[in-house]
Design a protein around this ligand. Structure first.
Ligand code: ATP
Ligand code: MG
Length: 581
C-alpha cells in the first residue's frame, strides 16, 4: 500500500511543545507521532503507531526465537492475587486502583507475576510440561510520581513481559541466559547503544538481576563502570569495597572535645585542623550520623540512623534501594523534639545505641577505624571514637553516594559514571510467586515439585522514544531501517505533470517489490516538503524534482546527509539496494 501525505492523518508542528525538555519528546510531538492526552498518557498517531508496531515485531520475533509463547492477560485485575503477595500494599501510590459497581477492588496491572503464576498453575500439573516461557505485549499502568519526557516514562505504556517456569535452578539459569541473549539481539537490531548492568532486585524479591540501559545523557539511571574489568552496575547495586578491619590494640583513647559552632562537617574539619590533633583531618575522617524514619509495608514509622563518612552525601536512590520495600522519610523538627537525645548537628553513635535506635553504617566503617563524630551534646565531638571498641553498629548499609574514582567492587580499577535509560530487565525471581500460590506439579518420582520463575521486561513504547533519542539531529528524527515507519519517503518537488506521473509510477513499482512508500503528493512548496521529510526521519528520501526532465531523481540518505542523482531507469534497482542494504 502506498501512503499519501495528502491523505495522511498528520499535522507537523513548527514549535516544540511547551512541556518538552528532551529531544525525543519534542521531535515525536512536532513530527506528529504522538499526542498528549493527560500527564504520562499519550495517543499514537499513524506514524508513531507504525514505529511502535515495528518495535513490537522485532521484540516478538526474538521472543518467539527462544521458544516464548505469546498470550495476553487482562490489564484489569482483581485485588485478590495481589493481596496474596502483599503487592496490593507494597506498590503504594504507584498502583491504579479502582472499584466495580459492586464495590469489588480492582487494579490496572503494573506487571503480571501473580497472574502468570496462577495461569500456569491452572493449566499444567506434570513435570513433563516444563520448562515453559510465556510472554505478552501489553499495556501496563503505573501511577508514576513523575511521568516524564512524553512516552519515555508514561503512566500507561506498552511492555513486553515474559515469565519462565523451570523445575530446577540450572533450568532457570538457562532460561535467564536465553532471555539475556535474545535481548542483546533485539537491541542490536533496533539500533540501540546500550550497556548491561547488574541491578538491585527492587520490589520483586529474588536474586540474579541485570538491567539493559540505553546510553543517554537524559537518562534517569546513573550507572558506573570500570574500564579495566568491564564491571558495570546500577549505582543502586554498587557494593562498596570495604577496607580490611585493623587491629584495635594500641589505638588512642576516645576523647570528648569542646567544638563550639561545628554542626556542619566543614566547620568540624576546620576546628579539627586548628585543634592540633597531630594529623591533617579531612571530611573522610569524620563520621556523620543521619536520622531518617522508615516504615515497613503496613507497619509503623520507626527511627533509623545511618553513619557515613562526612565527605559523602547520602544518595537517596541507594538508600531507598537498600531499604526496599520500606518507605523512607526525612525527620521533621517536631520529630527531633520528640527525641531529646538527638542533639542536631552533634549526633553520635553512643546516644543512638543507648536509646535503641537501629544504627547502620557505611561499609567503610570497619572495626579498628577511628572517627571524629558527635558526642550527643551541642558543641561537643568525640575524637578517636573507634568502631568495634567504643561502638558496635547494628550492621552496614549501602546509602552513601558513589563517586567517580571510587574503587570498583572487583578491585580492578576506578569507577566512572554515566547515565542511561532502562530499556530491559532480566530477573531470576526464584520461587517467591510459586510459593505464594503453592504452584506444585507432579515430579518424575511422583513427589510434588515447585517450579522456579524468571521474569523479564522490555519497555516497548519507551524504546520508540529511546531510539528517537539516540537517532536524531537538529532537523529531526532519523529512524534505523528496522523500525522506520516507511522505507522510502518520495517527495514530489516539481509541478510538472510528467514528473508527478513519473513519481506515481515509481511509487507503484516500489510498492510492488514490497517497499513501503510514503509519497508527498501535497500541493506545497518543495521547502515545506523537505523540512517535513527531515522532521519525520524516514532514512531514505527520494526527490522527484528539477532533474526529472533530464531523466534523473535524487536519492538522499537521512543518516549521512549524502545525496546523489540517479538516472530514472535504474532508480528502482538503486532504491531497492539501498533499502535492503
Ligand atoms: P524504571 O526504573 O525506569 O521505573 P522499572 O525498573 O520500574 O523501570 P520494570 O518493572 O523492570 O521497570 O519494567 C520493565 C521495563 O518496562 C523497564 O525496563 C522499562 O523499559 C519499562 N518501563 C517501566 N516503567 C515504565 C514507564 N513508566 N514508562 C515506559 N516504560 C516503562
Ligand atoms: Mg527494573
Amino acid at each position: 500500500m502506498i501512503t499519501r501525505m495528502s491523505h495522511l492523518f498528520l499535522r507537523t508542528l513548527r514549535d516544540d511543545p511547551a512541556d518538552a525538555e528532551v529531544a525525543s519528546h519534542k521531535l515525536l510531538v512536532r513530527a506528529g507521532y504522538v499526542r498528549r492526552v493527560a500527564p504520562g498518557v499519550y495517543s499514537w498517531l499513524p506514524l508513531g503507531l507504525r514505529v511502535l508496531r515495528e518495535v513490537e515485531r522485532v521484540v516478538r520475533e526474538e521472543m518467539d526465537a527462544i521458544g516464548g509463547q505469546e498470550i495476553l492477560l487482562p490489564a484489569l485485575l482483581p485485588r485478590d492475587p495481589y493481596e496474596t503477595t502483599n503487592r496490593w500494599t507494597e506498590y503504594g501510590d504507584g498502583l491504579f486502583r479502582l472499584q466495580d459497581r459492586k464495590g469489588g477492588d480492582y487494579l490496572l496491572g503494573p506487571t503480571h507475576e501473580e497472574l502468570f503464576a496462577l495461569t500456569v498453575k491452572g493449566e499444567y500439573n506434570s513435570y513433563k510440561d516444563f520448562p515453559v516461557t510465556l510472554y505478552q505485549m501489553q499495556t501496563k499502568y503505573r501511577d508514576e510520581e513523575r511521568p516524564r519526557a512524553g512516552i519515555l516514562r508514561g503512566r500507561e505504556f506498552v511492555m513486553k513481559d515474559s515469565y519462565s517456569f523451570d523445575l530446577t535452578d540450572e533450568g532457570l539459569a538457562e532460561s535467564y541466559r536465553a532471555h539475556r541473549d535474545a535481548y542483546e539481539r533485539m537491541f542490536q537490531r533496533l539500533g540501540v547503544r546500550y550497556v548491561i548492568v547488574s541491578a538491585t532486585s527492587g520490589a520483586m524479591g529474588g536474586s540474579a538481576s541485570e538491567e539493559f540501559l540505553a546510553e543517554s545523557e537524559v537518562g534517569e539511571d546513573t550507572y558506573v563502570r570500570c574500564v579495566e574489568s568491564g564491571y558495570a552496575a546500577n549505582v543502586e547495586a554498587v557494593e562498596t569495597l570495604a577496607p580490611e578491619p585493623t587491629p584495635i590494640d594500641g589505638l588512642p583513647e576516645a576523647k570528648i572535645h569542646d567544638t563550639p559552632g561545628t554542626p556542619t562537617i566543614e566547620a568540624l574539619v576546620e576546628w579539627a585542623n586548628r585543634a592540633g590533633l597531630g594529623r591533617t583531618i579531612t571530611g573522610a575522617d569524620t563520621l556523620k550520623n543521619i536520622i531518617v524514619k522508615i516504615r515497613q509495608p503496613g507497619g509503623e514509622w520507626e527511627l533509623l540512623a545511618i553513619g557515613i563518612p562526612g565527605d559523602r552525601e547520602v544518595d537517596d536512590k541507594r538508600l531507598e534501594a537498600s531499604l526496599e520495600p520500606a518507605e523512607v522519610a526525612m525527620l521533621m523538627d517536631e520529630d527531633f523534639e520528640k527525641y531529646p537525645f538527638l542533639a542536631k548537628g552533634y549526633i553520635g553513635p553512643k546516644a543512638l545505641l543507648d536509646n535503641d535506635v537501629r544504627y547502620l553504617v557505611d561499609p567503610r566503617v570497619v572495626d579498628g577505624t577511628a572517627w571524629i563524630t558527635g558526642a550527643d551534646v551541642v558543641g561537643k565531638h568525640y575524637v578517636d571514637l573507634v568502631a568495634g571498641r567504643d561502638f558496635t553498629p547494628d550492621g552496614t548499609i549501602e546509602a552513601a553516594e558513589v563517586r567517580d574514582g571510587d574503587p570498583s567492587p572487583d578491585g580492578a580499577g576506578p569507577l566512572v559514571s554515566a547515565r542511561g535509560i532502562e530499556i530491559g530487565h532480566v530477573f531470576q525471581l526464584g520461587r517467591k510467586y510459586t510459593d505464594a500460590f503453592a504452584v506444585d506439579v507432579l515430579g518424575e518420582n511422583g513427589k510434588p515439585v515447585r517450579p522456579t520463575m524468571g521474569s523479564y521486561g522490555v519497555g516497548v513504547s519507551r524504546l520508540v522514544a529511546v531510539i528517537a533519542e539516540q537517532h536524531h539531529d537538529d532537523k529531526g528524527l532519523r529512524w534505523p531501517a528496522e523500525v522506520t515507519p516507511f522505507d522510502v519517503h518520495l517527495v514530489i518537488a516539481n509541478k510538472d505533470e510528467a514528473a508527478r506521473e513519473g513519481a506515481e509510477t515509481l511509487a507503484v513499482e516500489l510498492d510492488k517489490v514490497g517497499i513501503e512508500v510514503l509519497i508527498d503528493d501535497r500541493k506545497a512548496s518543495p521547502g515545506v516538503k523537505f523540512k517535513d521529510s527531515e522532521l519525520i526521519g524516514v532514512p531514505l528520501v527520494v526527490v522527484v524534482g528539477r532533474g526529472y526532465s533530464d531523466g534523473k531523481v535524487e536519492v538522499r540518505d537521512r543518516f549521512t546527509g549524502e545525496s546523489r542523482e540517479v538516472p530514472t531507469d535504474v532508480a528502482l534497482a538503486e532504491i531497492r539496494a539501498a533499502v535492503r542494504g
